[in-house]
Design a protein around this ligand. Structure first.
Ligand code: GLV
Ligand code: MN
Ligand code: MN
Length: 420
């Protein structure tokens, strides 16, 4: 086989080009899902893919598939990630996985390399879950884990539904989400943690993703005048929420390597001279072991009445999302490991702390992920950074892993579904 190599400069150039769509003064990106900025980057992606001769289809959750045909009539090998970002996101989270897949496809086109299976670059909708909770929602519907009607009725904090937002940017496609079989799925991503950098490794061979759950909580007290209401007669919902933030943090610390966070909080009415009568917040709990995550959940649920009762507060709480721990497909993981070896890069196995679309897709197609290091392990932060060389190494491993998978499919002469 010819020694195919991706073009590092070209990949870097496109990462910088898309970073301008929603670019922030601090060098990050704010491109929340299904906003007009998301439409702009989607249009950009569609145009680049069509220049490469791909046919681009969109499903009714807004997921985009850019397809290059293979020689066989089998389900495609897909690869990609997401183009939406956090409000203070970086240039690489998700974007790298889509653009590296596009660069891989371009490399194949330019070399005239014909694959056995069709190849598809995917942009999943709303991976971040920041505007519409929960996260990874289109891959979740694709994998038939999340109900489409429920996902489409989710509202942002201004009350706009996911479905209305899809229509507003013209990206509710005709294809029914999930009716799109895949032979395999590969996702390249920055690590978003410190391990690879600390150990000086080029590549993380991702063997799985830890379990995670999200909860919505509202604590209710009573709006009151700050000047006229004595301390002992208040029902201060923000005080309850503050104690819960501390309790959630303690639950995380009691269950290593589990992590527990309150990342969103809304104080109402949020006025300097009103004792806050209502607070809404969300809790994010994660652990590699599902049983330990059960214990963390018990800890949080026990803390809520303990905190609220003495302050005269009431609460409602709902688990809105559960993603069990995932182990990726052994053949796909092996293809990533071989690809790193073949490329001469140092590698180690890692379990992902962050959630990814590949975690859902692994339920319906053999899947695996590739990580590259990021500076200081920092992500969900405008300072997020991986170098041109690091991005290129990840893309090269992606290319080799996909070709390895394609060869295996060709040897078996089947659809690859038996690889699961
Ligand atoms: C996705 O970004 C997550 O891990 O929450
Ligand atoms: Mn991501
Ligand atoms: Mn993210």
């Amino acid at each position: 086989m010819r020694n195919l190599a991706i073009d590092a400069e070209r990949l870097w150039g496109e990462i910088m080009e898309t970073a301008a769509i929603g670019g922030t003064p601090k060098g990050g990106v704010c491109r929340l899902t299904l906003t007009d900025l998301d439409r702009q980057v989607r249009d950009w992606f569609k145009a680049r893919a069509e220049e490469l001769g791909c046919r681009v289809t969109v499903d009714d959750m807004g997921a985009m598939f850019a397809r290059r045909e293979g020689t066989a009539n089998v389900p495609p090998i897909a690869f990609g990630s997401h183009l939406d970002t956090q409000p203070t996101g970086g240039k690489f989270d998700g974007v790298l996985g889509v653009l590296a897949a596009l660069e891989t496809l371009r490399t194949l086109v330019e070399a005239g390399y014909e694959t056995y299976a069709p190849i598809e670059v995917v942009n999943w909708t709303n991976e971040e879950g920041s505007r519409f909770a929960p996260a990874m929602v289109s891959s979740g519907v694709f994998a038939k884990v999340i109900e489409k009607d429920w996902a489409q009725s989710r509202q942002d904090r201004d009350g706009m539904t996911f479905a209305a937002a899809l229509d507003a940017i013209g990206y509710r496609g005709k294809e029914r989400c999930g009716e799109h079989p895949l032979s395999a799925f590969f996702e390249l991503h920055i690590e978003q943690g410190p391990i690879l950098e600390a150990e000086g490794k080029d590549i993380g061979v991702v063997t799985g993703v830890q379990a995670m759950r999200w909860y919505e909580v509202t604590i209710a007290g009573q709006d009151a005048h700050t000047g006229a209401t004595p301390m002992h007669l208040r029902k201060n919902a923000l005080l309850g929420a503050a104690r819960m933030v501390d309790a959630v943090d303690a639950v995380g610390r009691m269950h290593p390597p589990g992590v527990a966070t309150v990342g969103r909080i809304e104080n109402r009415p949020n006025s300097p001279n009103v004792v806050p009568g209502e607070v809404f917040f969300m809790i994010d709990l994660r652990h590699p072991d599902g049983a330990a995550l059960d214990e963390m959940e018990k800890g949080v649920r026990a803390a809520l009445p303990e905190v609220c009762a003495p302050l005269g507060l009431t609460f409602t709480e709902q688990r809105i999302w559960e993603q069990p721990a995932v182990r990726f497909n052994a053949d796909c993981v092996a293809a990533v490991r071989r690809a790193a070896e073949l490329s001469g890069y140092s590698a180690r196995d890692v379990v992902s702390g962050a959630g990814h679309d590949a975690a859902y897709i692994s339920r319906v197609a053999p899947s695996a992920m590739i990580f590259i290091p990021c500076l200081g392990g920092i992500s969900h932060n405008e300072a997020e950074f991986s170098s041109k060389e690091q991005c290129a190494k990840g893309a090269q491993v992606l290319l080799q892993a996909v070709l390895d998978c394609d060869r295996q499919l060709a040897e078996r002469g089947g659809s690859g579904k038996d690889a699961r």
